[in-house]
Design a protein around this ligand. Structure first.
Ligand SMILES: [Zn+2]
Length: 211
């Protein structure tokens, strides 16, 4: 039998294993102590990600609190992802990509139009995916806050400028995250085709929950 390398060294039993299609939204709950492995199946795919307290979604991931507490703008192994109440929601426990972004934000039809021209107005974007992913839970645009971009390479240059450049991920690389409270996560498998964040070619990712 072929071994499935994506299932190597997972904590506990696999309770959910799903491939999210290119450009698609995805939402799932994660109980305290459960682990999520996100596998960048074909490489160079940004995975836009939000998290909410499962029991009170006014508490949600806070990029500002997370960056301030760890005194670093990049997310990497050991990063503790804090809520807007300063409570640990998740910990990055490992993975095979050096760093991830939480300042580049999510693409939208509006920002695409501004950056890439009016002909991109009808292209699907992460903001729409977040709205679709949140809608079964009663969420709307007020629930969209600065997000995480797993696998996305947004270097901060010496002068403080942000780049959106070619990814540092590759096929089969992954990130491991552990839930520190019961959470609901909403993902946009980024549909962007106008900059290198997805290598100009959005591709599927795999979500494996264990514990
Ligand atoms: Zn996007």
């Amino acid at each position: 039998m072929m071994s499935d390398k994506a299932l190597d060294i997972l904590p506990g039993q696999v309770v959910h294993d799903e491939t999210v299609a290119a450009k698609a939204p995805w939402a799932h709950s994660l109980l305290k102590g459960q682990a999520l492995r996100i596998v960048d199946l074909e490489g160079n795919q940004a995975v836009d990600f939000l998290a909410y307290n499962l029991h009170d979604d006014s508490e949600r991931y806070s990029a500002q609190d997370t960056i301030a507490a760890q005194r670093n703008v990049y997310l990497t192994t050991g990063s503790v992802l804090l809520s807007n109440e300063g409570t640990p929601m998740m910990t990055v426990t490992g993975g095979s990509v050096d760093r991830h972004d939480t300042i580049g934000g999510a693409c939208s039809c509006e920002s695409n139009t501004l950056r890439y021209g009016h002909h991109t107005r009808a292209q699907h974007a992460c903001v729409e995916n977040f709205l679709i992913g949140n809608s079964p839970f009663g969420g709307d645009s007020r629930d969209l806050v600065p997000n995480i971009n797993w696998f996305m390479n947004v270097p901060v240059e010496a002068d403080g400028m942000l780049g959106i450049v070619d990814g540092i991920s590759a096929p089969g690389l992954y990130v491991d995250i552990r839930a520190e409270m019961d959470i609901r996560i909403v993902v946009s498998n980024c549909p962007q085709i106008n900059n290198p964040c997805n290598g100009f070619n959005p591709t599927p990712v795999r979500m494996i929950i264990s514990g």
